[in-house]
Design a protein around this ligand. Structure first.
Ligand SMILES: [Zn+2]
Ligand SMILES: [Zn+2]
Length: 206
């Protein structure tokens, strides 16, 4: 499986393009749909689905556009569906401009093993940053996409209006049980490994 990154939008969200057998999974297309589709077309992949790690606008701003261009499904956890359909429902204030990012998910993510096309992975529900935050774990490839739940040397904020701070600890504990050599691809910033975070990230001190 090839993993490619496209940095998009004003918060420099990383959109991941996973490639396998000429098929592509798009994780967190946060903004700049043209940049993402040009990239996908240039590498010659056929998108088969869009996955969202959570319902924040900087992770799904290009989702509706790409869903329509490629006629593919958009997956999100049911707890974050509303914030994708009405982005300002998950903001401190009502920012009318946020509505331009709105998208309509067509499928729901469920915790457990998932198969989409050639891709086999596990959806791990990790509430905290948002109620419906999920991580996508590819056991065979030893990689995990953590959205805004786990970063290199940090974790996502849990003081936002759609956060669930009480659940973050348990979610991080779930991630800390993965093998040390699993590579972590976060929604912002550089990649790391579970082992490195267990050693140096104060929030993963179990
Ligand atoms: Zn977020
Ligand atoms: Zn983010």
């Amino acid at each position: 499986m090839q993993i490619r990154k496209v940095s998009v939008g004003r918060l420099e969200t990383i959109c991941y393009i996973l490639g396998l057998n000429n098929e592509a999974l798009i994780i967190d297309p946060g903004d700049e749909p043209k940049k993402i589709s040009r990239f996908i077309n240039a590498v010659g992949l056929r998108p088969i689905a869009i996955l969202l790690t959570h319902g924040h606008w900087d992770h799904f701003g290009a989702a509706e556009n790409l869903k329509k261009i490629y006629s593919i499904d958009l997956y999100v956890h049911p707890e974050d569906r509303k914030s994708v359909e009405e982005p300002s429902s998950c903001a401190f204030k009502d920012y009318p401009w946020l509505e331009v990012f709105a998208a309509k998910p067509t499928k729901e993510l469920e915790e457990g093993i998932m198969k989409i096309g050639s891709f086999n992975f596990e959806v791990i529900h990790t509430p905290g940053h948002t109620k419906g935050s999920c991580c996508f774990y590819f056991e065979k490839e030893k990689v995990i996409f953590t959205g805004d739940t786990l970063f290199k040397s940090g974790i996502g904020r849990t003081d936002l209006s759609c956060s669930e701070p009480d659940k973050m600890h348990l979610s991080l504990k779930k991630l800390s049980r993965l093998p040390d050599d699993v590579v972590v691809y976060p929604g912002h910033g550089p990649e790391t490994t579970i082992g490195t975070e267990k050693s140096f990230n104060v929030f993963l001190d179990f």
